[in-house]
Design a protein around this ligand. Structure first.
Ligand code: GLU
Length: 477
């Protein structure tokens, strides 16, 4: 078998959509699994809507996901000569005809047909022009598009997932190949490119199934080898409709900015429509590559389950070592303006280990770390009512202040011992000591293990924060 060559062909008219990332991932896994090549092609023939900025975002998104390409990026905008040549050849051989209809003329005829209750398909107005009519249009200087004259018959292909798909050519209109502004259409450029790039398998979203027969007609007219087609299930929103901007976040970069890890995101995407028939849900990239098989693709669209994504992300965070997490977290701390220069690298790693047990997103390392680096500015209001404004908090915090002042080491077992002793001597519930302390030290009601936290905050700052909390309580009472 010859080398497998697959591609992803995003249009830079928007951010990298999770659907495109999903398709890219499956193509990439397929190439990596089979020792093939994964090619990146930017489909920027829609010059009005394509931007350089979006190209950069798409490249950054793929890089962030760790989906690396072996060839490209190729840009369709730099390949116009190829399309021109192919169009010339097709026109010469009688596969195309010039269409002088304006948009408005077509629209008018289309409305009439629709009003009469019929389905519209280009009515071949320009296929039947006389030589005089053509000459008149030319004299007028009317621009023309090139349309493909769809032959009679059936067009069929064997989809790698859905099996045989057949279309009666009667259902296909004489589609435009080159627009009147000289630009090739998607269906045309894609065939010229997939062929010239030696693509063996076209794996893309099933929303393209209706394009495939047109593309096959073009392959045949150009006398080119037709690749294999595999149409992938679409990603669905929670209400089972197609995932779209209106239905939620679709840009890959947004997931990056929300604090997802690329490996976790890739793991999650991989399972949307593919399952290696095990109960396992966490897979390394190597495992995904080894297990990936078209046979295990699902025909049905998979729902983008945010809760599952969050769960997978927390699993990745928890199992990642602190040093590696540090590389992700440091830029976030810098952005938040934290001054952590007084802490040693080891201390920071310990802090990361402390926070990661409860973290679900990388941004949690900012929220949960703020009280390590900065003084507590405010207290959670519900926490205040529950843990500060009661009959015991003030006394207990005073007592703790005293006892904690007496110890020098703030190692977790030493501070824990202080608490245990008080509990033993007074018989009160540990919570009456722990909750007010946590609120005093962090401003929050939940967080990492209190004694580990105190070790990191240190004696001086712990005492200062207890003092501040006492003042707060006195003012509120
Ligand atoms: N530019 C097309 C898209 O983004 C590519 C479709 C294809 O893979 O053929 O949908």
């Amino acid at each position: 078998m010859s080398e497998i060559r697959v591609r992803i062909a995003p249009s830079p008219t928007g951010y990298l959509h999770v659907g495109t990332a999903h398709t890219a991932l499956y193509n990439w896994l397929f190439a990596r699994k089979n020792g093939g090549k994964f090619i990146l092609r930017i489909e920027d023939t829609d010059v009005e809507r394509s931007t350089k900025e979006m190209v950069d975002v798409i490249l950054d998104s793929l890089k962030w996901l760790g989906i690396d390409w072996d060839e490209g990026p190729y840009y369709q905008s730099e390949r116009f000569n190829l399309y021109k040549e192919a169009a010339k050849k097709l026109e010469k051989e009688g596969f195309l005809y010039r269409c002088y209809c304006t948009k408005e003329e077509i629209e008018e005829r289309k409305q009439k047909v629709i009003e009469s209750g019929k389905a519209w398909k280009y009515d071949r107005h320009c296929l039947n022009l006389t030589e005089e009519q053509k000459a008149a249009y030319e004299r007028e200087g009317r621009p023309y598009a090139l349309r493909f004259k769809v032959p009679e018959g059936m067009t069929a292909f064997n989809d790698g997932l859905h099996g045989e798909i057949r279309r009666d050519n009667k259902e296909i209109e004489d589609f435009v190949v080159v627009r009147s502004n000289g630009y090739p259409t998607y269906n045309f450029a894609v065939v010229v490119d997939d062929s010239s790039m030696g693509i063996t398998h076209v794996m893309r979203g099933e929303d393209h199934i209706s394009n495939t027969p047109k593309q096959i007609l073009l392959y045949k007219a150009l006398n080119l080898k037709v690749p294999e087609f595999i149409h992938l299930p679409l990603i669905l929103a929670e209400d089972k409709s197609k995932l779209s901007k209106r239905k939620g976040t679709v840009a890959v970069t947004d997931y990056r900015d929300m604090g997802y890890l690329p490996d976790a995101f890739v793991n999650f995407l991989a399972l949307l429509g593919w399952s290696p028939s095990t109960d396992k849900e966490i897979f390394s990239r190597e495992e995904l590559i080894n297990l990936f098989d078209i046979k295990h693709l699902s025909k049905r669209g998979a729902v983008f389950d945010h809760k599952k994504l969050l769960w997978i992300n927390s699993e990745y965070i928890r199992s990642m070592d602190a040093e590696k997490l540090y590389d992700y977290v440091k830029p976030l701390w810098d952005k938040a303006g934290f001054d952590y220069s007084v802490f040693s690298h080891e201390d920071l790693l310990r802090l990361i280990d402390l926070i990661k047990e409860r973290a679900r997103l990388l941004t949690d390392f900012v929220d949960s770390a703020s009280y390590f680096f900065k003084d507590v500015e405010e207290y959670d209001e519900k926490g205040v009512n529950k843990h500060f404004l009661n009959e015991y908090a003030e006394d207990n915090l005073k007592l703790l202040y005293e006892k904690l002042s007496e110890i020098d080491s703030f190692e977790p077992d030493v501070t824990e011992n202080v608490y245990r002793k008080i509990v033993e001597e007074t018989g009160m519930k540990a919570g009456k000591l722990i909750h007010p302390t946590r609120l005093a030290l962090t401003g929050k009601t939940v967080g990492p293990s209190l004694f580990h936290l105190m070790e990191f905050v240190g004696k001086e700052r712990t005492l200062a924060r207890i003092e501040k909390a006492l003042e707060f309580i006195r003012n509120r009472k």
